[in-house]
Design a protein around this ligand. Structure first.
Ligand SMILES: Nc1ncnc2c1ncn2[C@@H]1O[C@H](COP(=O)(O)OP(=O)(O)OP(=O)(O)O)[C@@H](O)[C@H]1O
Ligand SMILES: [Mg+2]
Length: 307
């Protein structure tokens, strides 16, 4: 969706129009260099959730960095990308893992015309260009690697790379962290780091909200609306309980499947492509297929589903 569509999408969720006006001001005051415009995301999918939107927008407008914390598939990346598009910021996405070091964030020494120069990393670029740097899965990284960004994240708003000039943060620069609490391999973020963010707890999608989303986005008849809601909720429950991964709890996949059913593809085949096959584990696929089989009778005709 383009930016105008995104703004409308957020407005229809009931987000205060005055707040959205302030976002427009922010965008006007913080132009992006031509060469970085291709880093401004174009979101395929919008985040649903009025309170979360308002929290995130207030936080960003007030100059804070945002930490999105929540279980799998709660839209943390969807929201990060949406925020970068809404605020028209070039986005640098940094997937963190145990091997991430300060060099991969800030940059590394390199030679240019016989001189040592800093080959800028994503954090430095975002700092200079007023970008949004997304620290994806921030709690996968070692705390030591993140300590180099502490001065950037607090009131000092500058990156201090030993041996180079200090790099002040552009006023539009924000860091957005995502974390999946208690996931295998994650670490405790240290308090010094957490205290530098405004933290938003991402809620698990509720049946009612999903039904609402399906009602808005598809032309499903009311009885089938609840059937597809059940399907998604059952998969989500299984994922939250650790029975299956979050791969199949894919709302985009569900929408895609419905789109194909509407065009004439059979329900089982569409759900297989949109949902079941998102998992590459045979055992997991069987569990997902079972969930589908208990909800959908074989003779159900796809054409029946829509208004
Ligand atoms: N409120 C919501 N708005 C939009 N998508 C949502 C929402 N809640 C859950 N989702 C689901 O989240 C799915 C994946 O989104 P995303 O990749 O952003 O999740 P995530 O929180 O980053 O997950 P992970 O922790 O596994 O990386 C979407 O396809 C959609 O099904
Ligand atoms: Mg994610």
């Amino acid at each position: 969706m383009n930016r105008k569509e995104l703004v409308e999408f957020i407005a229809t969720q009931g987000v205060d129009p005055k707040l959205l006006d302030e976002v427009e001001e922010f965008v006007k005051e913080n132009p992006v260099k031509e060469e970085h415009k291709d880093r401004i995301p174009v979101s395929l999918f919008g985040y649903y959730g009025k309170e979360i939107w308002e929290g995130a927008i207030y936080g960003i407008l007030s100059g804070y960095h945002i930490l999105l914390s929540g279980p799998k598939a709660t839209g943390k990346n969807v929201l990060s990308e949406n925020l970068a598009q809404l605020f028209q910021r070039p986005m640098w996405n940094i997937s963190l893992n145990v091997n991430s070091d300060s060099g991969s964030l800030i940059g590394v020494d390199s030679f240019k015309n016989g001189e040592v120069v800093l080959k800028k990393g994503p954090v430095t670029l975002a700092a200079e260009e007023g970008g949004f740097a997304v620290f994806d899965e921030i709690n996968m990284a070692k705390n030591e690697s993140l300590s180099v960004v502490h001065s950037a994240l607090d009131y000092r708003r500058l990156i201090d790379v030993p041996g180079y000039n200090r790099i002040p943060l552009n006023p539009a620069t924000r860091f957005i962290g995502t974390m999946n609490y208690g996931y295998m391999g994650t670490r405790e973020l240290n308090e010094a780091l957490i205290s530098r963010f405004m933290v938003i707890n991402m809620p698990v999608l509720e049946g009612e909200s999903l039904a609402h989303i399906l009602r808005e986005e598809t032309h499903l008849k009311e009885e089938y609306l609840s059937l597809f809601t059940r399907l998604f909720m059952d998969l989500q429950t299984k994922s939250l309980q650790g029975e299956i991964s979050s791969k199949a709890v894919d709302m985009r996949g569900l929408f895609g499947a419905l789109e194909m059913i509407k065009r004439g593809l059979s329900i089982p085949q569409a759900l297989e492509m949109g949902i079941v096959n998102k998992s590459f584990d045979r055992f997991e696929r069987e569990i997902i297929a079972d969930v589908i089989a208990t909800l959908f009778t074989k003779d159900l005709d796809g054409k029946e589903l829509f208004r």
